[in-house]
Ligand binder design. Structure first.
Ligand code: NAP
Length: 277
């Protein structure tokens, strides 16, 4: 029987760890989550991040701005938060409305407070193998693999998807663990042939049930990052029919998702300890 790798269990263990760390600090780490507009997914993500941070006893606020907020206004707010010595972590919820340049906004956040790990300075440090604030979803995936004792040394890992928030940073983290990493994308030829090589297969595509059983190697470890709404259900990128061929898999929901928020709070604590030491 394959092992179900339950992200919410791993997240709970991380929250317990963070609670202990927080109890030993002489200050309360502060997180500011900035949102433009009222896109339902963004509202629910920002609420969840704020809720979990508060549950841990952190100082958290969502700063909700109108959709039509100009880029200059947003950059002004980020400059204020950068300057504010009481703020440890700044997160701007993506995607931003089309009139705002995401790259410019990400670059405006102080790298020391960039708890999403998206600033080019932190991206560079990640690829250079230096200590940094790692992007939350990839870092959460590594934590799940560690928790369930998946050995990555020398193994064939295939990531389908090359986004800046998942595929690319995860490639860097897997390389650091000495996996042999292939990153596939929409222009990859004969994708099934590539995915069938994978001892660890990560799907970060955003297409429901995109990875079919024929694309999976017998005994592979399957990590499903995708979340799509199909009717009332949340559906991953990996067809659950493929789970039977795996040695271990993450379910959707309850797999990678809960780890993303947990790692964000771990990053906020890390940023605070680094800045206030
Ligand atoms: P994204 O930026 O849309 O990237 C999707 C990637 O999939 C791209 O690299 C794209 O290739 C590739 N792709 C698309 N169609 C493909 C095809 N037919 N064959 C091979 N590759 C294909 O997505 P993302 O932000 O990384 O997110 C991916 C999914 O993960 C989404 O469902 C998202 O909601 C979910 N997600 C979940 C969490 C979590 O916490 N669980 C966090 C982040 C994202 P090209 O580069 O060639 O276009």
């Amino acid at each position: 029987m394959p092992t179900e790798m339950r992200g919410h269990v791993v997240a709970r263990a991380l929250y317990d760890e963070l609670r202990q760390v927080l109890a030993g600090l002489s200050y309360v780490p502060a997180l500011r989550v900035v949102r433009l507009g009222n896109d339902p997914a963004s509202v629910s993500y920002t609420r969840l991040k704020d809720k979990r941070a508060r549950e841990l006893g952190m100082d958290s606020k969502v700063i909700a701005l109108p959709e039509e907020t100009s880029e200059a206004e947003l950059l002004g707010l980020i400059a204020e938060l950068n300057e504010d010595d009481g703020v440890d972590g700044i997160l701007v919820q993506l995607p931003l409305p089309a009139h705002v340049d995401e790259g410019r906004v990400i670059e405006a956040i102080s790298p020391a407070k960039d708890v999403d790990g998206f600033h080019p300075y932190n991206v560079g440090r990640l690829w250079a193998g230096q200590e940094t604030l790692e992007p939350c979803t990839p870092a959460g995936i590594i934590r799940i693999l560690d928790h369930y004792g998946v050995d990555l040394e020398g193994r064939e890992a295939v990531i389908v998807g090359r986004s800046n928030i998942v595929g690319k940073p995860l490639a860097s983290l897997l390389l650091r663990r000495n996996a042999t990493v292939t990153v596939a994308h929409s222009r990859t030829r004969d994708l099934a042939e590539v995915t069938r090589r994978a001892e660890v297969l990560v799907a970060a595509v955003g297409r429901p049930r995109f990875i079919t059983p024929e694309m999976v190697r017998e005994g592979a470890v399957l990590i499903d990052v995708g979340i799509s709404r199909v009717g009332e259900d949340l559906v991953g990128d990996i067809d659950p029919a493929a789970h039977g061929k795996s040695s271990a898999y993450t379910p959707v929901p309850g797999g990678v998702g809960p780890m993303t928020v947990a790692m964000l709070l771990a990053n906020t604590v890390k940023a605070a300890r680094h800045r206030r030491r």
